[in-house]
Design a protein around this ligand. Structure first.
Ligand code: AMP
Ligand code: MG
Length: 340
């Protein structure tokens, strides 16, 4: 063997050892409690830890901007502005712009002004109650995303209207964290923001991430999604709800048309796409819209896929997920309807 061949062989062995090491690499990990949820972040590569520290700091900053209860937050300032314009940060303006855009696209199924109604049902305090119809009708007068005016970084809402970015915040944060990973040269990371998944690249060995989808009727996982470099966000009635004196179940997602907790026939809605913010906004809206309207929306919008579980247990996926969706365990034998 000549010296040239030896050099090539050395290079090949080094490459095998190197990729082997990366495939078995241990990720940096960080657990964060923020935005009312437990977040689990893991990132591979030499800058993983540094990137996750920066990510945790950023989450705290965003929470500080968007909290509805923190007196120092920008949303708090908007909600007490008495109709006067309030200048907000670029992040708040962008998250609000996204929310308003998806409100338009979904015919108002997503509406960042439902907050006073949500509070009346007790979802902000835990003092749950079924409001009377008159009270709801009075509150609905101030509900409507069309009342929110956003011009550059300036937000104006009429006195009596309040906004809340709860339906888009975690997903939007996922996009911001994806940028932080890129800035730090992290190409393989899994960011679980309380069920809002932001997958950066693939696993270190190049295979896709496997994301478990929660069974909305139980504690386990009913399916896995194989994902690379995208977001997956779930909205579900099981996440937060109360049982009323009438024995009915009331969930934390409000139908802006009625001011009542949604009954759309869906138990959960998962949206997969490039942007965490878009997926988060759409998952909430789709949960409100129900199977038929959500399917029509999907047919008219090319940039997302979805997994829907109906209240009757039926499972629906859009055709773009046919190869990446896998039923798990006791659910393996179930029929899945493909939306085309
Ligand atoms: P998500 O878990 O992303 O579906 O967001 C649910 C949260 O968004 C709720 O806890 C409320 O704070 C808020 N919310 C509830 N209903 C709506 C709605 N129709 N449009 C916008 N935000 C909503
Ligand atoms: Mg959402």
């Amino acid at each position: 063997m000549n010296i040239f061949m030896k050099k090539i062989l050395c290079f090949v062995f080094a490459a095998i050892i190197f990729t082997g090491c990366t495939a078995n690499a241990v990720p940096a990990e960080k657990n964060v409690f923020a935005m009312d949820t437990y977040m689990k972040l893991s990132a591979y590569g030499e800058n993983g830890e540094k990137a996750l520290n920066a990510a945790a700091e950023k989450i705290a900053v965003l929470e500080g901007l968007w909290s509805v209860t923190d007196e120092g937050s920008e949303i708090y300032a908007v909600n007490r502005s008495g109709g006067k314009p309030v200048t907000v940060s670029p992040e708040t303006a962008a998250a609000l712009a996204l929310s308003l855009q998806i409100s338009e696209v979904t015919g108002g199924a997503l509406d960042c002004t439902v907050y006073p109604v949500l509070a009346e049902w007790g979802f902000t305090t835990g003092k749950y109650q079924i409001p009377d119809e008159e009270r709801l009708a009075a509150l609905l007068e101030n509900i409507g995303y069309e009342n929110v005016s956003l011009s550059g970084h300036t937000v104006t809402v009429p006195d009596g209207t309040q906004i809340d970015l709860g339906a888009v915040g975690k997903g939007f944060a996922g996009d911001v964290l994806a940028e932080i990973m890129a800035e730090n040269g992290v190409t393989s990371a899994l960011l679980d923001l309380g069920g809002n998944i932001q997958a950066i690249g693939a696993k270190p060995d190049g295979s896709p991430w496997r994301i478990g989808l929660r069974d909305p009727f139980g504690e386990g996982i009913f399916a896995a999604l194989e994902l690379t470099d995208c977001a997956a966000v779930t909205s579900g009635g099981y996440e937060r709800y109360f049982i009323g004196e009438d024995g009915e179940r009331y969930c934390h997602i409000i139908d802006p048309a009625s001011g009542k907790p949604v009954r759309s026939g869906l138990a959960s809605a998962t949206v997969v796409g490039d942007s965490g913010g878009l997926c988060d906004a759409l998952s909430t809206a789709i949960f409100v819209m129900g199977l038929e309207n959500a399917s029509d929306l999907w047919r008219s919008q090319p940039d997302f896929e979805m997994v829907l579980v109906a209240e009757d247990g039926e499972i629906y996926i859009t055709e773009g997920l046919e190869n990446s969706f896998h039923l798990m365990g006791e659910f393996s034998a179930k029929t899945v309807t493909i939306i085309r």
